[in-house]
Design a protein around this ligand. Sequence first.
Ligand code: 5RP
Length: 226
Amino acid sequence: MDQNTLKKSAAEYACANFIHDNMKLGLGTGSTVTFLVDALGKRIKEENLTITTVSTSSRTKRQAESLGIKVVDLNDVDELDLTIDGADQISSDYQGIKGGGAAHTLEKIVATASKRNLWIVDDSKLAEPFGSFPLPVEVLKTALHQLLLKFEAKNLNPKLRLDENGEPVKTHFGNLIVDLHLGEIKQPHELGQYLKSQVGVVEHGLFLDTVNTVIVGREAGPECID
Ligand code: 5RP
């Protein structure tokens, strides 16, 4: 089975088992979430469900609205019942790295506004060591050079993320992404605190003590870890 089939199976399992009528639902970003939004659009039509969603990117918002899913601004909602999102890497104690799609700041804001968080992933996302996926950090453009110097001095191996045309990738908020090529993150809480305390850092992609449930797409079928 290829990774997309596994992502689809995790997304469809989450849609069938974790979404209920009248929910306020956060929608993540990425290829796995695309399968979720497709399945959600189908369920809403077939079962005439009333679901209000908040989106974590313009990509997800466009897709959801094209399927007739109601999308509102986070500022119009006090609390979300559940957010379903993908992840780039998950440690054995369920800490996460997100931001491969440069959407982690908005994803973290929406996750923080949610009573529960569920991640849908294919089994490659549980690879060891944690931190082998480069850690995304959203930074203000003005602070880029200073932050690169600081991160280099701390041996965090920073690289400005470029698109396929060699241009800096811009986030939803118009900021830049620096990826930290660490190889392994042994103390994620300490690293998260350090990054958060640097002036010019908007948000890092460590999602610590965030997730309540993980659904892993596996060859044998979706595994639900609560
Ligand atoms: C976007 C993210 C995504 O959730 C993460 O990159 C997973 O993407 P995919 O489902 O395409 O593997 O954090 O910023």
